[in-house]
Design a protein around this ligand. Sequence first.
Ligand code: PEP
Ligand code: MN
Length: 288
Amino acid sequence: MENRKPYQLVSREWKPEDTVIELNGVKIGESLMMVAGPCAIENEEQIFTISEFLSKLGIKFLRGGAYKPRTSPYSFQGLKTEGLVLMRKAADHFGMAVVTEIMSMDKLDELCEYADMLQVGTRNMQNYPLLRALGKINKPILLKRGMSSTIEEWLLAAEYILAGGNSKVVLCERGIRTFENATRNTLDLSAVALVKELSHLPVIVDPSQATGVRNLVPPMSVAAIAAGADGLIVEVHNQPAEALSDGEQSLYLDQFADMLNPLRQAAKIHNKVFDFDLPKVNSNAFAN
Ligand code: PEP
Ligand code: MN
């Protein structure tokens, strides 16, 4: 039968086996990935406190925005270069990888210098020149779903990156716009199960942007893993009430730690293990 799908390289028909992306000792797509950290880097004490706590739990991927896409031009826009420097310093200190957002092409060189994985935010999912530029680099990309994008549009956005030559793409469902306004967005978990059928790419979930409500993050995280997600990206903060962005959806540090056991249970449904339960890579292991 003719393949009527408008995308090709991202499809299961093109590549039946799951894509596995290696980063910081983790085989993303094989082990479940946990990315955690603040919405935005705010100062040295904040990022060191959070990353120290996370690294003690075995978390290997540190998130945090340095260039923040804010709805209002008057909101905190991120520490920019200073934020990248602080995040890199903390990540290196605690053996973590840096995941941070790229908002525009003119920052590509700078972000490649500081980050290990570049996040394309919901507002930029259809920034085609940016997607094409990311197709030309050799770093994994975290491609969020546009808040009003269909699954097909999302997969076509990923196709831009693969078509450019970069096949290291992790998809991220982060909630979509619906009539419901009790939550910030509506988490579309059916998209996770469907995209796992349609595509070989890993799919993770962002329950923080999806709900906008701190106490909904643990149950939706467990639900995402039960639905077959390949991991999570979660906002945590040492002082959520003081956060310069997204404090109301950021978990307290202890709340994040408490969620790991239920997540381990959910992972067992699929015979999977989270990366935080894998031994830490010793970068000197092969040195002599
Ligand atoms: C974020 O991760 O802080 C963020 C801005 O995400 P999104 O693009 O999904 O809104
Ligand atoms: Mn945020």
